[in-house]
Design a binder for this molecule. Sequence first.
Ligand code: GLY
Length: 254
Amino acid sequence: MRVAITRGVSPGIARCELTHLERAPIDLERACTQHDAYERCLTSLGCDLRVLPTEPDLPDSVFVEDGAIVLDEVAIITRPGARSRRPETIGIADALGLYRRLVHIAAPGTIDGGDVQVVDRTAYIGLSERTNEHAVEQVRTTLAPFGYTVIAVPLTGCLHLKTAIGLVAPNTLLINRNWVDASAFQGVRMIDVDPAEPWAACALLVGDTVIYPAGFDRTCARLTDAGIRTREVEVGELAKAEGGVTCCSLIFNT
Ligand code: GLY
């Protein structure tokens, strides 16, 4: 069974963390409508939803991806780089503990799940304003017994690694090379975002379909040309909170 953990949009989302975006008014009702459609899309692609209670006092809590790194062998509960986000992990750990052994990142390590992209047995970890070398080392130690290689990847200009790259097919990344050094991903097939669409790399592969944000028509056409099936979703209100299609779920097999 494929499970997706999600959480409703916090009524406090207007107070979300912002790093690379100017604050813009977020229409809460519209954000919730978009999130509902995103959840329906997950369901239609075979995910069994586990919806966590909405958290009015945790503005960024809809972005559950940042609270954990879920692999077949273990779930690593993160220590988010933004202090305001650290309490988000409590409910996520409770939910994941039903399915996986849990390992917790300890101080001074900080890491957001959005900075971690696993491709086969390699975990690429973005060194961002949220994720530091201490956490990378803890992840490396945790995953070594399972045969994973961990590679740290410096980032510039964007919040998370998964803003700069997205897994769109086995061993295939969509990439914005202006935000991450492509040479880090040796042996991985790459599709570049259209230069006019720098924010277009964030994509969520579910089975053999990519959940993809509406509005990036040129890059979407590149995916189609590469034989990749896409399902577009509107996430414009969530994007104002610096979140994307990967951030809103934690997907794993049971
Ligand atoms: N607003 C999403 C984040 O900063 O983590």
